[in-house]
Design a protein. Structure first.
Length: 643
């Protein structure tokens, strides 16, 4: 009986293998359609439904990235008195992917409102890859503490298929089988269950999966609206078109009509931007859905034309609204803080040359005036003649202004090296932003003699200055003392400081070799960002060492996909000679995360003939459902002479 069981099992295995082989051949000859790359798989991209580890940065510069990770200027927790706060929530379209930060439509809205003198503070809360689910979570976790008076949701049409595909997922075991077996892929027939691309919601608006996608989208909008209105704020919706909708032969805008009808039923203000962008045609876009500078400006104009931004009108104009001399007189002498703030805004618009009155206004007793002056000077063309005024601003009892002054000094580079003593003094102040900005500025002006003060900065009371001091030491150096102090900072209680110290050691290169044992140990740090930084540092030029290989191989099994990716990348560095990693890298070609699989293939390709044991795994990866993985595996096979 045992022999019969074994025979039956053998026949079953052979039949299953034959079936799998037939299915793979059929799949190769007729590859199944793939979900469009703009419809993200949250598990693959983020290991969950919301990205973590958003950066914490300084309040200056004002328009690239802020402490919440948004491509926006820094915003204080408490808004200025009399200012209306409006937050635009969205994805990469709102963020302004493909264009300069200042050209993104929320920033253009801010510029137009500033030009009209309206006291409105605009937040650009867009992030690449987000759908309505992530935008709701972002409001809860990041935005609501700023207490915006109005939230405007930017809807990109790929939100509908993305919500549908991610919220209706098979069990983990079935998903794992699906990634590995052509037979399972044939049986599951995912293309019929998923919305493959945005065009489907127009071509098949009554299909059950499309109807379900809209229903899930509407649920998310209702949930976000409930949160916003519970906080006493107003809520509105913008609907962005895809580029194909402004091209010849475009389908009827059924998706916009469906969303518009929903908003009408719910009593939600809603603006469909297709009519506003249609006259521009494809010039409004840089790709399938992201706006060109011209398109983004038209969106901003339409938002204001249709009253989508509420809030107070412009205050009474300061005397001599366009006359710099009159504006300076108002800024210096008007008893009303609102009038002085309005004059500061107008004076900044009147000329790109710095005004002495704006520098004086950095010391104004009223916060709104100081901040408007700083914002105005941020746009001015400053040179070395501004050094004395900026050094004085480092002593203003306002962290926002002090950080601005440090940023502008740093932006002047070596020309501001004479300001190093003032910046060193700022390192010793209490608080986070002033010392952090000073450390950053010292690095950018190349103040190598400031290293002793930066070493002291590693012992600051707050984490921000400690991290900034570590980062600056990684740029300026500081000899053995700096390496020793940075190695000690790898035990700091704050992950941001440990991460900064690891990266600094990586930048120091060969001089940081005494810290190698500590860097290897950091591969076991409890925080993923630190482990990623350690993997990157251990393959930095001059720091590659065989002692790191066992830890990097172990990191291929890390719970964080970012760590696994960094470890796979590091192991491919020729200087590490990590040929013993080949079996684990071959196994990583089946990792559930796309980025890990791509990097494993690239690293195997770098090993040359030593990677030949991985050829079967690379050939399987060359049939991966994700195009980036297939291309990386095919290139590795080519480099191994086995394509």
């Amino acid at each position: 009986m045992g022999i019969n069981v074994l025979l039956a099992a053998g026949v079953t295995v052979c039949a299953a293998g034959a079936l799998e082989g037939i299915a793979r051949v059929a799949e190769r000859r007729r590859p199944p359609p793939q979900v469009a790359g703009y419809i993200w798989d949250w598990e693959v991209e983020w290991d969950g439904e919301f990205p973590s580890g958003l950066p914490q940065v300084l309040p200056w510069p004002p328009a690239e990235a802020n402490g919440d990770g948004f491509r926006d200027r820094w915003h204080p927790a408490q808004g200025l008195e009399g200012t209306w706060r409006v937050a635009f929530l969205g994805d990469s379209v709102t963020m302004g992917a493909g264009i300069e930060a200042a050209q993104a439509f929320p920033q253009v809205v801010q510029s137009l409102l500033d030009g009209a003198g309206r006291p409105v503070e605009v937040f650009n809360a867009g992030m690449i890859g987000w759908s309505t689910r992530q935008e709701r979570i972002a409001y809860e976790r990041l935005l609501r503490r700023y207490r915006p008076r109005q939230v405007v949701l930017g809807v990109c049409l790929n939100d509908i298929p993305e919500l549908r595909n991610n919220l209706v997922r098979p069990p983990a075991w079935l998903a794992a089988l699906h990634a590995r077996s052509a037979v399972v892929r044939l049986a599951v027939n995912a293309p019929a269950r998923e919305i493959q691309r945005v065009e489907e919601i127009f071509a098949r608006p009554d299909a059950p999966k499309v109807v379900d996608g809209f229903a899930r989208f509407f649920d998310e909008v209702r949930a976000l609206r409930a949160l916003v209105e519970a906080d006493g704020a107003r809520f509105a919706v913008l609907v962005f078109p895809f580029r194909f909708q402004v091209a010849a032969g475009a389908p009827a805008p059924t998706a916009q009509r469906t969303i518009g009808a929903f908003c009408a039923r719910e009593g939600l203000p809603c603006l469909d931007l297709l009519p506003s962008l249609a006259p521009l045609g494809e010039r409004a876009f840089v790709d399938y859905d992201h706006f060109s500078p011209e398109g983004a400006r038209r969106v901003a104009e339409a938002v204001l034309e249709h009253g989508m931004v509420e809030g107070p009108p412009a205050p009474a104009a300061a005397g001599g609204a366009g006359d710099p001399a009159a504006l300076q007189a108002t800024l210096r002498g008007d008893p009303s803080p609102d009038a002085r703030a309005a004059a500061a805004r107008a004076l900044a618009r009147a000329s790109s040359a710095p005004s002495a009155a704006l520098f004086e206004a950095l010391h104004d007793p009223h916060q709104a005036v100081r901040w408007e002056a700083a914002r105005g000077l941020a746009k001015s063309e400053l040179d070395a003649t501004a050094l004395p005024a900026l050094e004085r601003a480092l002593r203003v009892p306002d962290a926002y202004v002090r950080s601005f002054a440090a940023w502008r000094l740093g932006a002047l580079g070596p020309a501001a090296r004479g300001s190093a003593p003032a910046l060193v003094a700022a390192l010793r102040e209490e608080g986070a932003y002033g010392p952090s900005g000073a450390a950053d500025a010292l690095a950018r002006i190349g103040a190598t003699d400031a290293a002793p003060a930066l070493l002291d900065g590693l012992r600051a009371a707050e984490a921000g200055p400690r991290a900034a001091a570590a980062t600056a030491l990684g740029t300026l150096g500081g000899g053995e003392a700096a390496v020793s102090a940075l190695a000690a900072a790898l035990r700091d209680p704050e992950a941001t400081v440990r991460t900064a110290a690891v990266r600094a050691l990586g930048r120091l290169g060969p001089s940081a070799r005494p810290a190698l044992p500590a860097l290897v140990a950091v591969l076991g740090d409890p925080h993923a960002d630190v482990r990623v930084a350690a993997a990157d540092a251990l393959c930095a030029p001059g720091l590659e060492d065989r002692s790191a290989v066992p830890g990097l191989i172990a990191a291929l099994g890390d719970a964080s996909a970012d760590v696994r990716t960094a470890a796979a990348r590091a192991l491919g560095r020729p200087a590490l000679r990590a040929t013993d990693a080949v079996p684990r890298l071959a196994a990583a070609l089946e990792d559930r995360n796309k980025a890990v699989r791509v990097q494993a293939a690239r690293s195997l390709g770098a090993f040359g003939p030593y990677a030949r044991p991985a050829l079967p795994a690379l050939r399987r990866a060359a049939q991966d459902p994700r195009g980036a993985v297939r291309r990386a595996a095919q290139e590795a096979l080519r480099r191994l002479g086995a394509s």
